[in-house]
Ligand binder design. Structure first.
Ligand SMILES: NC(=O)c1ccc[n+]([C@@H]2O[C@H](COP(=O)([O-])OP(=O)(O)OC[C@H]3O[C@@H](n4cnc5c(N)ncnc54)[C@H](O)[C@@H]3O)[C@@H](O)[C@H]2O)c1
Length: 342
């Protein structure tokens, strides 16, 4: 089975590529590195069943041939969306339509967001792009996975979403600031649960919309308290910022359909997932090579599900030159770009 993952060098996409390789798929990753990074996929570059193609979904001369496609390519964090508004809209609208022309609709899984029907002013190009992509998928009979917030190792170091921001600040002893007293709620799902859900959806005969994520709401204050306690940080909590936030921007996914049709429910408790992510961010902060289990985030044994297994050991630090050469040889982009992105 040959599987194309657009946005495969991003946070969720790189975990998905790993999981697909682990179960024996051939995987092609199409990415333009606008928000993702080569470091997310370095550890799978040596796998002979993995191929990287540099390019934008909406702009590439051609889309690599495969049996099916997971379409994740899109800036996702608010600051990245605001930096790339046109691309965000296009990759979700025109990019999705392009994939629907190249693949059978039932083999296309478009990753959308539960915020799609909200009124999230700050990320308008994102919402309208996702709406347009969803509509095209519904008309064609493809699969749409609407995700709630996802967190875990591999999120960009400067990601502006609340979980990495809180952990970063707690590890540096900086204050954690809560909007509106931190009473608003949101939901947070560990990345390996989402990857398992996406694969189960693709493997099934189901089409249409499937919402996935943590169905339990957590207040932002609870999240801040948990991060401070798990990091043992001396950070203070500040609650003096008042911001008008539309309620739909914090929508909790309705996972009833995913549970009934796919037997999917998330299994990693917030406390456990945060602990893994904190360890991973500590390692990154120290500037060391992150341990395999820490960076990619294998959850504790009692939370494991099939398909979430171990990850191949990474090269030793001194092997960077060899890596660059291998990337240049295997990636379809010029060596100069490899060197810059490394
Ligand atoms: N992380 C979440 O909490 C969350 C929640 C709901 C939905 N999603 C969706 O999941 C998908 C992945 O999100 P993520 O958090 O991993 O984001 P990410 O930014 O880490 O990954 C997105 C990847 O897509 C690539 N990309 C962006 N535009 C592209 C283009 N035009 N052509 C090719 N590649 C492109 C980026 O370089 C990056 O590698 C996105 O579609 C996002 O909307 C994420």
């Amino acid at each position: 089975m040959k599987t194309l993952v657009t946005g495969g060098a991003g946070f969720i996409g790189s975990h998905l590529c790993e999981a697909l390789l682990e179960r024996g798929d051939d995987v092609i990753c199409l990415d333009n590195f606008v928000t993702g990074s080569s470091t997310n996929i370095l550890h799978i570059m040596d796998n002979p069943r993995f191929e990287f193609v540099f390019g934008g979904v909406e702009t590439a001369l051609s889309i690599p041939k495969a049996d099916r496609v997971f379409h994740l390519a899109s800036p996702a964090g608010p600051s990245m969306i605001q930096s790339h508004p046109a691309m965000t809209e296009l990759v979700n609208s025109e990019g999705t339509k392009r994939l629907l022309r190249d693949f059978n609709a039932k083999d296309v899984l478009f990753v959308s967001t539960v915020k799609v029907h909200g009124d999230c002013e700050r990320v308008q190009p994102y919402i309208s792009g996702k709406r347009s992509g969803e509509q095209a998928c519904m008309e064609a009979g493809a699969k749409v996975a609407r995700l709630g917030n996802v967190y875990g190792p591999g999120m960009a170091a400067d990601d502006s979403r609340v979980v990495p921001v809180f952990i970063r600040r707690a590890l540096s002893g900086e204050p954690l600031s809560l909007w509106n007293g931190g009473e608003q709620t949101d939901s947070f799902c560990y990345v390996s649960d989402i990857v398992r859900g996406l694969i189960a959806f693709m493997d099934s005969d189901e089409t249409g919309v499937m919402e996935m994520g943590n169905p339990e709401a957590t207040s932002i204050r609870e999240l801040a308290d948990l991060v401070i306690s798990l990091t043992g940080s001396s950070s203070r909590i500040i609650t003096n910022e008042n911001v008008l936030v539309a309620e739909e921007c914090h929508k909790v996914p309705d996972i009833r359909r995913a549970r009934e049709r796919l037997g999917w429910v998330p299994g990693v408790a917030l406390k456990d997932g945060l602990s893994i992510m904190i360890e991973s961010m500590k390692e990154r902060k120290k500037g060391q090579h992150e341990p395999v289990s820490g960076r990619r985030g294998n959850p504790p044994d009692d939370h494991r599900h099939e398909g979430r297994g171990v990850h191949p050991p990474r090269d030793k630090k001194g092997d960077q030159t060899g890596r660059k050469a291998r990337m240049a040889a295997r990636f379809r982009f010029p060596p100069r770009m490899c060197q810059r992105s490394l």
